[in-house]
Design a protein around this ligand. Structure first.
Ligand code: HAM
Length: 415
């Protein structure tokens, strides 16, 4: 047998996924975001230029291939660069351009629970923002979205402020000086990061390294006056909006395109892969070839992780599956098969959820009805056929009621 590709999933029941996606769509439609779609295939260069060559995503996780000597393509490892490409390529002038999209993302990571090689993200981007109030509103909208699905005590919003390139250049000098005195203590990966991507040292899981970094200087103490004012203003807005959060000065995120605010929503219900949403501010347009800046804020929600979290928390969304009651149509013999088909089709056309059981075995039909949680059994025997009626067996009350075919749908809808 040919096996499933490692790190991918067969999802045999998409009903929870569909419900969660429809809540997210409704939430962002209501905040004036438009639903868009970009391709799964993109030129690899798009991500090399935007996400950064030193990131894990670009250096080792992209599914890249060539179909001819000129083109190197990949399966998208994230959506933000692709959405920015669409913004530039389609000459969008609307500001801000508020959009969302969802679908598969591919990263060649080491698979484990909550970490897959093909996973689903719901991405929300607001491109062309000009005021820190828009960042605060964006975070508030994410927070109210999650609070609709799960008790807010089940998750934490962590934020940090990375400032602009000038802020980071100054901070890196101070940080490098601090780490240089401890090079013998930190791991080899961190030693490489010190040279190639200094801020990513904070992502190291090694406890000895973490101990070293716990006393390191923090970026928000080294911001320029302008950036510090924005960080303060952002916090004032978030306080006014009553957004609970923690400041994690070591939150830098694994993609190189962020400026100013970065954030992550995480939950202890998720174990090691605890972040179910991450994002921040960025200005990718010039990196992808646009003449002017287009400051933006966005987030990627990991749908797989969100579902794991909702299941672990027993969220009301799990219980409330909104499925229509099922009516099982049961012809007693071949003689009633055609009638069963016709009745089932006309009931379906009137909005009822029906299925025909052709087993011609009433005992089996009852046990199947119990197993699948049918609301009623619609019994069609010789008498019913001759009298143009059907017998409705109510699986909750246990009552039986014989009604004319013409009245069947009406009676079922009132149950
Ligand atoms: P990210 O943090 O790489 O950000 O991914 C966002 C979310 O996708 C994560 O918080 C996590 O829930 C989920 N995720 C990431 N990798 C995996 C995986 N291997 N398996 C399952 N879930 C995963 C971005 O992708 C940015 N583009 C987000 C963004 C949008 N920033 C600005 N706009």
């Amino acid at each position: 047998m040919i096996k499933r590709v490692s790190g991918t999933q067969d999802i045999l029941d998409m009903s929870l996924y569909d419900r969660v996606v429809s809540i997210m769509k409704e939430h962002f439609n209501h905040a004036n975001y438009a639903h868009i779609q970009t391709p799964i295939l993109e030129y690899s260069d798009l991500f090399i230029r935007s996400v950064g060559t030193e990131t894990d995503i670009v250096s080792k996780e992209m599914y890249t291939f060539s179909v001819n000597e000129k083109e190197t393509l990949c399966l998208r490892p994230e959506a933000t660069a692709a959405i920015t490409r669409a913004y530039i390529g389609n000459n969008i002038t609307e500001k801000p351009w508020n959009v969302y999209t969802y679908g598969p993302i591919f990263r060649h990571e080491r698979p484990q629970k909550g970490r897959y090689r093909q996973f689903s993200q719901f991405n929300i981007e607001s491109i062309g923002i000009t005021h820190v109030g828009q960042d605060a509103l964006f975070l508030a909208q994410l927070d109210t979205l999650f609070a609709k699905m799960i008790n807010p005590s089940a998750y934490t919003l962590s934020i940090n402020y990375l400032g602009g390139a000038a802020d980071r250049a100054e901070y890196k000098v101070v940080l490098k000086k601090y780490v240089s005195g401890q090079l013998d203590t930190i791991c080899n990966t961190c030693k490489t990061r010190v040279e190639k991507n200094l801020l990513r040292i904070f992502d190291c899981k090694n406890s000895t390294c973490q101990e070293v970094y716990s006393s390191a200087p923090i970026i928000t103490d080294h911001l320029t006056e302008k950036s510090y004012k924005q960080w303060e203003q952002l916090n004032n807005f978030l306080d006014a909006l009553s957004i609970s959060r923690v400041h994690n000065p070591h939150l830098v995120r694994g993609l190189d395109y962020y400026n100013n605010i970065v954030f992550e929503f995480s939950s202890s219900l998720l174990g090691a892969q605890s972040a179910f949403c991450g994002g921040g501010q960025y200005n990718l347009a010039p990196q992808i070839g646009h003449k002017s800046d287009a400051p933006a804020i966005g987030a990627g929600i990991g749908i797989d992780r969100l579902l794991i979290m909702l299941e672990a928390a027993g969220s009301s969304i799990i219980k409330n599956n909104n499925k229509k009651p099922l009516h099982l149509v049961i012809p007693f013999s071949e003689e009633q098969d055609t009638l069963a088909l016709i009745l089932s089709q006309s009931m379906h056309a009137l909005g009822l959820n029906t299925q025909v059981l052709f087993s011609h075995n009433v005992k089996k039909a009852f046990s199947k009805g119990n197993k699948v949680g049918a609301r009623t059994l619609i019994l069609l025997g010789e008498d019913e056929q001759q009298n143009s009626t059907a017998t409705i067996k109510d699986m909750i009350s246990g009552d039986s009621n014989t009604v004319a075919h013409a009245k069947l749908a009406e009676v079922l809808k009132e149950l």
